[in-house]
Design a protein around this ligand. Structure first.
Ligand code: GAL
Length: 802
């Protein structure tokens, strides 16, 4: 509820724009799609764009039916759906893997422009959960297994003007990472709801086209910096004449450097070309606070006419893990992060760009993280685009969780490393590759291979892998950075006790705290619906973990477990795993207050009590004798009912290595009138922030809030609608029960439980509002709580422009 985030920028499309046919006449006939914010015009490029997104108008037929793969099948009874899409209608909790562990059938009719002579056509999937067999016009394409990485097919010889694509989506447990354990889905600590959660497109390209560009900035901190380009051309024929490849660097549409070379292509298939961009004295560095990005446009020219181009973004930054920590652009940065799963209530992985981006904003701007670990699989490109744009560093790892399978399974793990690195090696945000399966046994042969594959594709980043428990040694360690999931803690009070960094190897903590730390035999201890005193502990343990890591410069930092609650069959509360400092609905819990406070007060003064100012059944005496308040102020004056109760200073003795240690105060207040709490924060002797909280429930209000006032009417765009109860100052009042029911009018769809029973969610929750395809206008949502009354909120829907 405390989002104080900058306005959300327009949805930007991703990098890959395939352009231009061989014949200029064909250019006029194709739809112009996929252009990112006018850069093409600014760059003065001619070619039309040739990516045809298959986003809407999918037909979903439920469970697989072989007849439905055939073009003539009558699909009139199928449901019309848009991507992203999940096969099961899920609630926010109570998920069962059996809901989606089956094969499912989707169909999509699409037309191609009439004049396709001399062009090649590809079918591209950004990711299907967790495997697919596409059938194009009755012709089955090879099965792809694995849910988290892109795959594509050349379908040139199978397409015509009107086409039918059928996709059998396989949501069953399979012998592919992270699946494979004979124990089935119970063996992995996250659910994998099936569907098509990431974009699908048809790409029309010339006979020779640019298949990939790796643009690697080198020697970044010196004026002699350059960008080494490896451009992969894919040729269906050997051209009679040499081709020219031109690479240009753009800063927001302004060309600042270029290089061009002529090459002779001697074979069909892939040819790798190397070029380098120099004279880059004036570029700005990419850093966590100034995430400056540049666009690289690579153009293939034949007879001096542009045939095809490929766009990607890069940032100039030097990221090094050393024995004494992590250095970005030569400056040591303590890594301060959280792990993220990409699961969402109701839809699994199937959320649109805007919603995925909000997760990155939450991590960077509200939780003040400088790094996120994409646990335990490559996450959506939309999320990673946002990390590039927001200055959020990324640890990216191959799919997997604990289990190592047979030789065939291991081949897929090696394939996944290659595909992950190829997909994301241009990203400024990605600073390390996890090439070992999370918390798996040592396997020298496999992990030498995965490292070698990553290095061959990208020699600019270190490799690692998260180890756990007794595997705390560099025996059979081949990666450059040792990473450890460190759940050690004191027996007496459960305080975090991180192990010392291993000698002679750069060292990073990739998990800590989780829900393992804290009193045993209390399941799901950090649930919002649970004991508020336990919830408060979560912030303290996270503070301890980061404090201890910062004490030893050998420790590059902590990426704690974890940012968000997630769906899991393992030790979960009705299918929801609760170690997130933010809940499944992306609403910060008490655990988040530590992260919220770790920001300079010059940027934003913060005062966040590690308690609810509430004297209800769960805390009749209030926050207790040792109540924590997280703040970046230098002094807090604490007033109860207008009278100064105490003055408090940060507890630097207990948290000597945190930039902003917490404050503690005796707030055990039974009986007396304690309806108002006011916290005044001072920096440099000046009052910089005052926050008030009321225990008087009679002024409580039902609150209803959307993240975005405007959406795009494309059938995918969505925003979160948060609801719950707040006190008269707008602070969360926990433990609201009752039901919220929603009525929606206008071009929107409610994604979520309706009615929503609040008690199990702890009194605060969310649904999402999604637009309908080809729509515009105004969505109006009226939410009624069984005892607090009704509120309404409106969302403007802007037509999608292609
Ligand atoms: C770790 C694991 C995480 C998560 C966590 C549970 O061992 O790497 O994925 O399962 O435990 O708190």
């Amino acid at each position: 509820m405390n989002h104080q985030l900058p306005p959300f920028p327009a949805v930007s499309r991703r990098k890959f724009i395939q352009n231009a046919a061989l014949g200029a006449t064909a250019l006029a006939t194709l739809p112009i799609l996929g252009c990112r914010s006018g850069t093409a015009q600014a760059a003065g490029r001619g070619p039309t764009h040739r990516t045809i997104p298959l986003a809407n108008d999918w037909l979903f037929g439920g469970r697989f039916n072989a007849a439905a793969t055939q073009p003539g099948f009558d699909d009139s009874a199928f449901a019309r759906v848009s991507l992203p899409h999940c096969v099961s209608k899920l609630s926010w909790h109570g998920w069962q893997a059996t809901d989606w562990m089956d094969v499912w059938i989707y169909r999509r009719h699409f037309s191609l422009p009439p004049d396709l002579a001399g062009q090649r056509v590809f079918l591209h999937f950004d990711g299907v959960m967790s495997g697919a067999t596409p059938v194009i016009n009755g012709q089955a394409l090879p099965e792809y297994v694995g849910g988290y990485l892109p795959f594509h097919y050349e379908i040139t010889s199978h397409v015509k003007a009107d086409n039918v694509l059928a996709v059998a989506v396989d949501g069953r447990w399979k012998n592919a990472p992270p699946d494979g354990s004979p124990r089935g889905p119970e063996a992995v600590d996250f659910f994998e709801p099936a569907g098509i959660p990431r974009p699908v497109s048809v790409r029309v390209v010339p006979q020779i086209f640019i298949a990939d560009v790796f643009a690697k900035p080198v020697n970044v901190l010196a004026a002699s910096r350059r960008v080494e380009i490896t451009c992969t051309l894919d040729a269906a024929l050997v051209p009679a004449k040499p081709v020219r490849v031109q690479v240009e660097l753009f800063d927001a549409g302004r060309r600042i450097a270029g290089v061009s070379e002529t090459f002779t292509i001697v074979k069909t298939g892939e040819t790798e070309l190397k070029l380098a961009l120099a004279n880059l004295e004036n570029v700005k560095l990419w850093d966590v606070d100034t995430p400056q990005l540049y666009e690289i446009v690579t153009t293939l020219m034949v007879d001096e006419a542009p045939l095809h181009d490929y766009r990607t973004r890069i940032g100039f930054r030097e990221a090094r893990f050393e024995l004494d920590g992590f250095f970005l652009n030569g400056r040591r940065r303590q890594l301060f992060g959280l792990n993220r799963h990409e699961l969402f209530p109701y839809v699994g992985f199937a959320m649109p760009r805007r919603v995925l981006r909000h997760d990155a904003e939450l991590l960077r701007h509200e939780l003040n993280c400088n790094i996120v670990r994409c646990s335990h699989y490559p996450q959506s490109e939309a999320f990673l685009d946002a990390c590039d744009e927001l200055g959020l560093l990324v640890w990216e790892e191959l799919p997997g969780w604990g289990y190592l399978g047979d030789a065939a399974w291991q081949e897929l793990a090696v394939r996944d490393v290659a595909d992950m690195v190829r997909r994301d090696r241009n990203r400024a945000s990605v600073v390390i590759w996890g090439v070992r399966i999370n918390e798996s046994k040592n396997n020298p042969a496999l992990y030498q291979r995965t490292r070698a594959v990553a290095k061959a594709l990208d020699d600019s980043r270190p490799t690692s892998g998260a180890m756990v428990g007794g595997i705390y040694s560099t025996k059979d360690w081949f990666q450059e950075v040792f990473a450890y999931n460190d759940y050690h803690h004191a027996d007496a009070d459960y305080s975090v006790e991180l192990k010392p960094p291993l000698p002679d190897v750069p060292y990073l903590v990739t998990e800590a705290v989780g829900q393992i730390i804290g009193p045993p035999k209390v399941d799901h201890k950090y649930r919002r619906a649970g004991d508020p005193f336990l919830q408060a502990k979560q912030a303290i343990y996270h503070a301890q973990a980061h404090d201890q890591a910062a004490k030893n410069k050998r420790n590059a930092g902590v990426i704690a477990w974890c940012a968000l609650e997630y769906g899991s069959p393992m030790n979960s509360a009705n299918g929801i795993k609760c170690p997130g400092v933010v809940d499944f609905f992306r609403i910060p819990k008490l655990g988040a207050v530590f992260y919220q406070s770790q920001i300079s007060p010059q940027i934003r003064p913060v005062i966040q009590p590690d308690f609810y100012w509430d004297f209800g059944a769960q805390s009749p005496h209030g926050p207790g004798r040792n109540a924590a308040i997280f703040s970046n102020c230098e002094r807090l004056d604490i007033f109860v009912n207008g009278a100064l109760h105490t003055t408090s200073l940060p507890q630097r003795e207990k948290f000597p290595h945190l930039p902003y240690p917490p404050f503690f105060a005796d707030l055990e207040l039974a009986g007396a009138d304690r309806s108002e709490l006011r916290l005044d924060g001072y920096v440099g002797g000046k009052l910089v922030l005052s926050r008030s909280f009321s225990a008087d429930e009679s002024h409580d209000q039902f609150c209803l809030r959307v993240d975005d006032a405007e959406l795009i009417g494309d059938g995918a765009d969505a925003t979160r609608l948060v609801f719950g109860r707040v006190d008269k100052h707008g602070s969360v009042r926990p433990f609201l029960a009752g039901e919220v029911s929603f009525e929606l009018s206008g071009p929107g769809i409610l994604v979520g439980d309706n009615p929503f029973a609040l008690a199990e969610a702890g009194g605060m929750a969310a649904v999402w509002i999604k637009t309908q395809p080809n729509s515009s206008g105004r969505i109006l949502i009226r939410a009624t709580h069984s005892s607090l009354g009704a509120k309404s909120v409106a969302i403007a829907v802007r037509p999608a422009t292609l």
